[in-house]
Every structure is written in structure tokens, then in C-alpha cells.
Design a protein around this ligand. Structure first.
Ligand SMILES: [Zn+2]
Length: 398
């Protein structure tokens, strides 16, 4: 980590207490002692130490269960995390409390990640500083940042990201830490969204699941036993570049026939333009006449209007995604698949197609109890996940 964690948990007991308070809310000292299987005396001294470190505080008397009343313990009100979710075409920033609840409004601004790290991080810092000032926060407890490309988690830099020219090897984590004067962690945007779903979304009670983001690119966050699996080099889950056709369209990564080259946001925009030129979709032609250009969201609009060609585009894409997911299900046997990202707003037509293929093509034992659902968090998944990422480090034993 680029920045020393000032008030960090000192031992595994303290770390477990902080995570329990984050995930479950205030607990009494007695409950904490019981949950961790330690004596009440030990718990009392650990809680006192957490209070001295500025990480926990008393929260009034607990409901009496007979005998001596116990005191509730909560996370310190001083704890404030920031989640920054940088996408290919927009960015979300939010401030959370120690339990990762978003405070006030999440900020969402349009940007072009291809303009490079100085420009994009400059904008991210400007938005973050404004938000911190509004909440009267001098220095946040930590910041979690997500970017739309592969990341070397241990050094905090993007590595050869196909849609982020100029970002390869740029010290994003250290640059943000230096500017904001607090601990910062950097990860792939899909991984932080998976963490967000794990903390506050549909995956809350599911220890092992897959989160599939379908946005400008396509990626998959892998959570096993409550922990993110990043792979040896940090590129686990990069399913957008699994080849689905031998001689398919060229992909941003340089190969051809990748899943993303068929069904990422850019691929959908390309196919929508081709449909307009071929006069195949009246709804897309009308949208193009209005706006002069088309995006994946226009395909969603046209499909919602019942345009047959747009509906077929969504079905074809869902079919290919389902095909890849069916293999992953047989391999990984997850307890849940969550579909998120902007293209996921194509909604139930997309979901029905993906489900159909996954249930048909995976082994019955693996799908007998496998919900495939749409994310309900929208743009909150990334910012909450960014806060979750850095909270894991702040709540870890130093
Ligand atoms: Zn590719």
C-alpha cells in the first residue's frame, strides 16, 4: 500500500470485530465475545483498543438479556470511505460511512477513458474533493478505485488495458494516494462491482458466485468463499476475450472473434449502425435520424419498442454470453450468477436468453439450484465495491 494505514486493526480479533460491525451493524460486547469465542474480558480490552485507534465507538446500552447490561459497539462515525468507479465512458464517485452506506448522492459524470490518466484522474480528483468538502471530510479513511481494464493489484497499476490507451503501467493507486493523503487500492472495475454485490446486492448471502459485467467491455468477477479470486496475474475472469467464433470481427485486444467483439457496447453500436445502413430496423433508423449516432442504449430502446431486429440483436448477444457462461458453470459450479453493467439494462429479453442457454447447456447438477439474475444495484455496485475493497484493508490486521 502506498500510504501507511494510521489507525488499522492490530490483530485478527480486532479485524474480525470491525468486519462484523461493517456487515451486521452495531453488536453488544457480549455478542461480539460469543461470536468470536473469546472471553468478555478479552473482548472488552480489544474494543477499548479499537476505540483508542478511532475505529470503533460505544453506541449506547444493548437490550438487556438479564444480568448485567452490555454496551453496543459500532464503527466510528469518523470512518469515511470513497469509491471511484471509472468506466470507459463515465465515472461514478461516492462517499460512504464505515458500513459502506452511500452518504448523500452518488456523482455520475461522463468522460472518455481514452483521454489518458492525467486527464481522467484529474477529473476524478476534482469530483472527489468537491464531494469530500460537501461532507466536511478533511481526509477520507481510504479510497477504492476501479478501472475498466486488467490491473496488477499488488503494484496498483493497469496492465496493457485494451480500451485505455496511455494507462499501461501508470501508477494510478500511488498518484491518488499522494493527492488525497490516504490509503488507496486499485482494482478492475468488474472486481469492485462483484464486491459491491457481495456487500449490498443480490449476492449478499451467497459466498461463491460469478458477477458478469456487460458494458463497453465484458468481464466476470469471481467470488469464492466470500473472497475475490484475481488469478496469479490479476486477469482472472477476463471472459470478454474468450473466442466464440474462429473468424469473427476484430476485437480491441487485437484478436478476432472474441465475445466482446460481438456483444460489448462498441460492438452493439457498430451493429446498430450497420442495421441503419441496411434499412433493417425502423426504430434504429428513427433514433439515428434524431441523434446522428447510435449506442448500445439505443439498441435497448429499440428492443423495448418491440423492434424485431433490435430484439434479435439482444437475443444473439445473450445467446453468445450464455454459451460462455454455460462452460463457466460446468467448470466453477457457482451458487449464483449476477448480470450487471449498462448493457445489462437490455433487461429481461437478455436475461431470458442467457438463462435458456445456461440451463440447456450446463450439467443438470450444476444448474439445479443456480439462480441467474440481473443486478439491482445499477451504478452503485462499483462505488460501494470500491469502498468495500479499501475497507477490507483498513479493517485488516496490520
Ligand atoms: Zn478480444
Amino acid at each position: 500500500m502506498a500510504y501507511t494505514l494510521a489507525g488499522r486493526a492490530e490483530n485478527p480479533t480486532q479485524a474480525t470485530v470491525l468486519r462484523l460491525l461493517r456487515d451486521e451493524g452495531p453488536l453488544s460486547r457480549v455478542q461480539l465475545a460469543d461470536r468470536l469465542g473469546v472471553s468478555r474480558t478479552t473482548m472488552a480490552s480489544e474494543v477499548n483498543r479499537l476505540t483508542e485507534l478511532g475505529l470503533a465507538e460505544g453506541a449506547g446500552p444493548a437490550a438487556s438479556r438479564g444480568g448485567r447490561r452490555s454496551t453496543l459497539v459500532d464503527l466510528s462515525r469518523e470512518l469515511r470511505f470513497v469509491g471511484i468507479d471509472i468506466g470507459a465512458t463515465s465515472m461514478s464517485v461516492a462517499v460512504t460511512d464505515g458500513r459502506l452506506s452511500v452518504l448523500g448522492e452518488r456523482r455520475h459524470v461522463a468522460l472518455d477513458v481514452r483521454l489518458g490518466p492525467e486527464h481522467v484522474l484529474g477529473l476524478a480528483l476534482e469530483v472527489t474533493r468537491k464531494l469530500l468538502a460537501e461532507h466536511r471530510i478533511e481526509r477520507p479513511s481510504g479510497v477504492g478505485v476501479g478501472v475498466p481494464g486488467p490491473v496488477d493489484f499488488h503494484s496498483g497499476v493497469p496492465v496493457s488495458p485494451p480500451i485505455m490507451p496511455g494507462w499501461d503501467g501508470y501508477p494510478v493507486r500511488d498518484a491518488v494516494a499522494r493527492e488525497l493523503g490516504c490509503p488507496v487500492l486499485l482494482d478492475n472495475d468488474v472486481n469492485i462491482m462483484a464486491l459491491g454485490e457481495r456487500h449490498s446486492g443480490v449476492a449478499r448471502s451467497v459466498p461463491s458466485f460469478l458477477f458478469v459485467k456487460i458494458g463497453t467491455g465484458i468481464g466476470c468477477g469471481i467470488v469464492i468463499g466470500g473472497e475475490l479470486y484475481r488469478g496469479v496475474d490479476g486477469c482472472a475472469g477476463d471472459i470478454g476475450h474468450i473466442r466464440v467464433e474462429e473468424f469473427g470481427p476484430t476485437c480491441a485486444c487485437g484478436n478476432s472473434g472474441c465475445l466482446e467483439a460481438y456483444f460489448g457496447g462498441a460492438a452493439l453500436a457498430r451493429d446498430a449502425m450497420a442495421a441503419v445502413r441496411g434499412g433493417r430496423s425502423p426504430a434504429l433508423v428513427a433514433l439515428h435520424d434524431q441523434k446522428g449516432e447510435l449506442s448500445a442504449e439505443d439498441v435497448a430502446t429499440a428492443a423495448t419498442q418491440g423492434d424485431a431486429y433490435a430484439v434479435q440483436m439482444v437475443r444473439d448477444g445473450g445467446h453468445r454470453v450464455g454459451w460462455v457462461l454455460a462452460s463457466l458453470v460446468s467448470f466453477f459450479n457457482p451458487g449464483l450468477i449476477v448480470i450487471g453493467g449498462r448493457v445489462a439494462r437490455l433487461g429481461h429479453t437478455l436475461l431470458a436468453e442467457i438463462r435458456g442457454v445456461v440451463y440447456r447447456r450446463s450439467l443438470p447438477l450444476a444448474t439445479g439450484n443456480l439462480p441467474v439474475v440481473l443486478s439491482e444495484m445499477g451504478d452503485d455496485a462499483g462505488v460501494v465495491g470500491g469502498a468495500a475493497l479499501i475497507s477490507e484493508a483498513v479493517y485488516a490486521a496490520g
